[in-house]
Design a protein around this ligand. Structure first.
Ligand code: CDV
Length: 308
């Protein structure tokens, strides 16, 4: 048995006016709860340090830059790293990354139990648009403020398990899970900011949005015989509601822990990484069963091409 007690640390709303220091204090409070619950690893959401700023239209590059972190850890987040190290808990969280050579990514990092960063992932599947869209009920400008990630979908050995990270919209793409599955992944952590309403279809209810989120993660877990931990930033941010629905999914695709609220909330499960072994050796033994001679379209084209 290779047990990792995992905490999914859902965050409630972060308003535009909230400081990073205030958010880090909330994250540290969740870490304390996680320590009491015996957690080895705590998963925080996408863009955990600020409001979901890509909903706001900005033209001034200096204003945009205020939402980004040029270093990690930095002054505001050092207390989080210190608390994690003090508790002996590994953490993963998302933030907006600004690089020294001027690139901007929607990023997530993973630490070991000593607070050392052991992995970095940059979001590959960026939803939304670049220009102001008058047809939408609200904006989703990730394609304006971020570049697509340039690191692929790496996995790392951490806490004696193969771990990988994804971010929000990535969870809807089977390619993400399979890229990591082909590297033996046993735990995929991901954070998200998902609006409770569809900006392009007001009739799409919250129930359907929660269902699609869960469907994507449970399918990815089962089809790759991996644990998946999906953690929301939820609640009403300056009048813009984000859904909750944080879950921990086992390698058979079953939800074993689920958040009940749209607030700061910790969900916990003792996850045995050896539960991945059976699926990886049998029905999803990729080496025996995959037929790559039939998969060339997956990497050869993006959009639909109808047969002539
Ligand atoms: N932050 C996200 O990537 N959100 C998307 C929304 C826009 C659909 C998501 O897939 O949840």
């Amino acid at each position: 048995m290779r047990e990792i007690v995992i905490g999914g640390a859902q965050l409630g709303a972060i308003q535009k006016s909230d400081s990073r220091e205030a958010v880090v204090a909330r994250m540290i409070a969740l870490l304390s709860q996680a320590a009491t619950a015996g957690c080895d690893l705590v998963v925080f959401p996408e863009l955990a340090l600020t409001t979901f700023f890509p909903r706001w239209w900005m033209e001034d590059a200096d204003e945009v830059e205020t939402w980004f972190e040029a270093e990690m850890p930095n002054e505001a987040t050092q207390p989080l790293f210190d608390a994690a190290k003090q508790h002996g808990i590994a953490i993963t969280f998302g933030y907006a990354e600004s690089t020294p050579d001027g690139h901007h990514y929607n990023t997530s990092i993973l630490t070991d139990k000593e607070g050392n960063i052991v992995g970095k992932y940059r979001k590959v599947h960026l939803p939304g648009h670049v220009e102001f869209d008058t047809e939408r009920a609200f904006q989703h400008l990730e394609k304006r403020y971020f570049e697509p990630g340039d690191l692929g979908f790496p996995v790392w050995k951490n806490l004696d398990a193969w771990m990988g990270m994804a971010i929000c919209n990535d969870r809807r793409w089977p390619e993400m899970y399979r890229e990591m599955g082909l590297q033996g992944v046993e735990l995929i952590t991901l954070g998200y900011n998902t609006p409770s309403v569809n900006s392009q279809d007001g009739n799409e209810g919250l129930a359907q949005r929660l269902y699609h989120s869960e469907l994507s993660m449970t399918a990815g877990a089962y089809q790759n015989a991996s644990w998946v931990v999906g953690v929301a930033k939820a609640g009403d941010e300056d009048g813009h509601p984000l859904m909750g629905g944080s879950i921990i999914v086992d390698p058979n695709g079953f939800v074993v822990a689920r958040a009940e609220t749209e607030e700061d909330e910790l969900i916990v499960h003792a996850c045995d990484m050896d539960m991945c072994n059976f699926g990886k050796k049998t029905i999803f033994d990729f080496a025996r069963h995959r037929r790559i001679e039939h998969y060339s379209r997956i990497t050869g084209q993006t959009g639909v091409v109808y047969p002539k």
